[in-house]
Design a protein around this ligand. Sequence first.
Ligand SMILES: [Zn+2]
Length: 184
Amino acid sequence: MMKQLCFLLLVFALLLYSSTAPAEKIQTVRTMEKQDTFNPYYSRTDTTKLNLSDAEWKKVLSPEVYATARQKKTELSFTGKFWDYTGQGTYYCAACGNALFRSDAKFASTCGWPSFFEEVRKGSVTYLPDRSYGMVRTEALCGRCGSHLGHLFDDGPPPTGKRFCMNSVVLDFVPDIQGTRKMQ
Ligand SMILES: [Zn+2]
């Protein structure tokens, strides 16, 4: 008799639980995630190349990141969050999480955009000739997702002589854990 009572109580509890967790409640949470531009392609460990349409990117990136990453908008100099930032850590692609630069390779440039003299590893950045605006430049793109990051110039400091001139808005910065040199 006691066992039966316990079983009935359990069934009752389950019924009560399911009725207090209505489907619409779960849906609200999911919708909110989407409004916060939840990006399922973002990963700091997965290096699988991404080949997504702009329409798909538009769904998962904030309008600011989308404008630069997919529409090649250049942010105004001296306005980005990283142009004079000197924290120790790693910079990742804000669209897909691919590791791009170490803070050790960042240098104080007078151009007003975050500038680096080398990428974190071969292939983390890819390049395309860019002849827009009557100039011949080299466009720098994320090696994983192909997002526009900025441009590459040959007037950087030693040892590479390169200047990766980036847009802060397409960079994510992750500080090193104290006392360790964390990468990727
Ligand atoms: Zn990327």
